[in-house]
Ligand binder design. Structure first.
Ligand code: SAH
Length: 351
């Protein structure tokens, strides 16, 4: 069975090369690591500082293992949704969002699982159910594929695609180490954010990891009752315990906790909800991102009017930083809560 290189840490590459008859040296493992993660080559034949016979041999023994683009959907706002095919034929989605201010910055939204088990009532991915975990290599591969040759200091990564990252924590943490290794891909920890529906015991575990992304919590409701109705998984992980875990979370000096809040018309978007959100977050070093619902077929909620969203923001903003997140790629089902491999009908399909 051929082992893909993407997903291997340096020690894994050393071990894999060591298993070959007459293994190449540890220096070769470093060259391979550097080529795949720092130079982002897409074929081993491009590693020009390896002797040709070795290059040919490695090409036979080790696939790089990047996901394959099955389809690419391009939005009128420049956002691209990729439908990526994995080695076993399963598909997963990754979204490339170029900033609209001409700075050349971009955000890549990656998936952590195929489908999702969390079952939030406003999210299309929930309708897929959980198909399987992604490996560390499949998580890193999404970044390498979408980033191409874009400079690393222009990129932000959000683990907000399909799946619940804290229910695949070991693989997510291995992927985070690979993404942040200064000798490899080299992303700053300030540029990677993991978003969770609130898997309470795993929040503490994440906090203990020496190399970890920033943490965002999908709050989405202002009372326990509302939250349990919208996000069934929170019947197991209660709001009170979530807030406790947030207070105990070891923030780094430069870090704030982000809370995301999907606004659903007439459900959780009143001024009273906004005041309760402020109370919930009172003793935390936090900021809030508001997201007006992105609608989808089968989702039984409506988007609030912009004036309602503004009023909600105004109340929260008196106490803590509060931003309205602009939806990206709505026309190609690339926005938050829309990743369900939609692809036919009204969509513009670019190959
Ligand atoms: N499972 C993780 C990451 C995926 S969801 C989590 O729950 O955080 C990423 C974000 O999209 C979450 O904040 C979620 O609340 C939001 N979201 C889900 N469905 C949405 C929809 N239909 N419209 C707007 N935001 C949505």
């Amino acid at each position: 069975m051929l082992q893909p290189i993407v997903g291997m840490e340096l020690a894994d590459i050393q071990a894999a090369l060591g298993a070959l008859p007459a293994p190449p040296s540890g220096f070769r493992a470093m060259q391979l690591y550097d080529a795949v993660y720092r130079q982002r080559v897409t074929a081993l034949s491009q590693i020009s500082n390896l002797p040709k016979p070795l290059r040919e041999r490695l090409s036979r023994e080790f696939p790089i293992g990047l996901p394959v683009v099955e389809r690419r959907y391009e939005s009128s706002d420049g956002t691209c949704r990729y439908l990526l095919k994995l080695a076993d034929g399963k598909t997963v989605e990754t979204v490339w969002m170029p900033a609209e201010d001409g700075t050349g910055r971009a955000t890549i939204c990656i998936s952590s699982q195929v489908g999702c088990a969390v079952d939030c009532k406003f999210c299309l991915t929930a309708l897929l159910g959980l198909e399987r975990q992604l490996t560390a290599g499949e998580i890193v591969g999404q970044v390498l594929l979408a980033a191409g040759t874009a400079p690393v200091d222009r990129l932000n990564i959000v683990m907000m695609g399909q799946g619940e990252p804290l229910l695949n924590l070991a693989n997510v943490l291995k992927a985070a180490r690979l993404l942040m290794d200064p000798a490899g891909i080299g992303l700053s920890p300030r540029r990677i954010t993991l978003s969770t529906a609130g898997i309470v015991p795993k929040i503490a575990e994440l906090g203990r990891a020496p190399v970890r992304p920033k943490l965002a919590i999908s709050l989405n409701a202002s009372t326990e009752e509302q939250r349990q109705a919208l996000m069934p998984i929170t019947r197991k992980y209660h709001l009170k315990d979530l807030m406790e875990a947030c207070r105990a979370y070891p923030l780094r000096t430069w870090e704030k906790l982000t809370f995301e809040y999907v606004l659903l018309r007439g459900v959780n978007d009143t001024d009273a909800d906004a005041r309760r959100v402020v109370q919930l977050l009172a003793r935390l070093n936090a900021k809030v991102n508001l997201i007006a619902l992105n609608p989808g077929p089968g989702i039984p909620f409506e988007t609030p009017d912009p004036a309602r969203v503004a009023s909600f923001q105004e109340i929260v903003r008196r106490s803590l930083p509060c931003f309205i997140r602009k939806p990206r790629g709505l026309d190609v089902y690339a926005a938050c809560g829309q990743l369900k491999r939609m692809g036919t009908g009204a969509l513009t399909q670019i190959h």
